[in-house]
Design a protein around this ligand. Structure first.
Ligand code: ZN
Length: 250
């Protein structure tokens, strides 16, 4: 692995390299921003990735054929300019998840850049069993209901009893699986075919959960400070995702 050749550029990177920062949770509790993907490679070595199918073209028999990347064209004086967009979700299947979006001229570069971005955006996922039917106390679901929004899409995640599985659309299942959640109820509203916003809305719900104080009984209390921060990011992401561009499949 390239890990051997890593020469940390940030103070945080150096501390991870020398071992004085030995867990990703130490970084999250310090509130420091991760600026080198190698930090995540080192502290969360079991990360897996999935490409979110954000592209699509009309299929032969009607319907839409989903594709991993989306090609966008911009008009330019010298003609049309194409760029490839990709969205990647990474997770260790055990409580950590990250999503990244990127554009490049080539399909493979877009996915690579999105994977890099996803590592820099890693967050913890608060898991638990908030299902009153189950109440087993293990971390197969989430501790409380949470709602997230991105653009026109709102997603509500609800704790589910053991054995229910992931009640979500396909791209949502990828995210939930990588987060290490096994049972959940979900509902989504708005233009849920907008997959970028659908995935970002799930992430926004995870961030809300992280900002909640969840008591043993499953009661919840919101921490106002974190709440408004999530809102700000949400708006920014929504604005990006909502940029009008002509899109075709790659
Ligand atoms: Zn349970």
């Amino acid at each position: 692995m390239a890990m051997e050749n890593w020469k940390p550029k940030t103070e945080l990177g150096k501390r991870v390299m020398e071992g004085s920062v030995a867990s990703i949770d130490m970084i999250f509790s310090s509130g420091k921003k991760i600026k080198e993907s190698e930090i995540v490679d080192r502290l969360l070595p079991n990360m897996q990735s999935e490409v979110i199918l954000i592209g699509g073209s009309p299929g032969k028999g009607g319907g839409i054929k989903r594709t991993p990347t989306r090609r966008t064209a911009r008009m330019h004086r010298s003609g049309r300019r194409f760029r490839i967009s990709a969205m990647v979700v990474i997770g260790n299947g055990d409580g950590y998840i990250g999503v990244g979006k990127a554009q490049a001229l080539e399909h493979r570069d877009a996915i690579e850049k999105a994977t890099h971005e996803a590592k820099l955006n890693v967050i913890p996922v608060k898991r638990g069993c908030g299902s009153w039917e189950c109440a087993c106390g293990t971390s197969h679901s989430i501790p409380a209901e949470a709602r997230g929004k991105s653009g026109s899409v709102t997603v509500v995640l609800k704790p589910a009893p053991r054995g229910l599985g992931l009640a979500a659309a396909d791209e949502g299942k990828k995210v939930l699986q990588l987060a290490g959640i096994r049972d959940i109820w979900s509902k989504s509203y708005g233009n849920t075919r907008a997959r970028i916003n659908y995935v970002l809305a799930i992430l926004s719900a995870f961030k809300k959960l992280n900002a909640m104080k969840v008591h043993a009984a499953g009661e919840k209390e919101q921490e106002e400070e974190n709440e408004s921060e999530t809102g700000k990011n949400g708006t920014k992401e929504a604005a990006e995702a909502g940029t009008k561009e002509a899109s075709e499949a790659e």
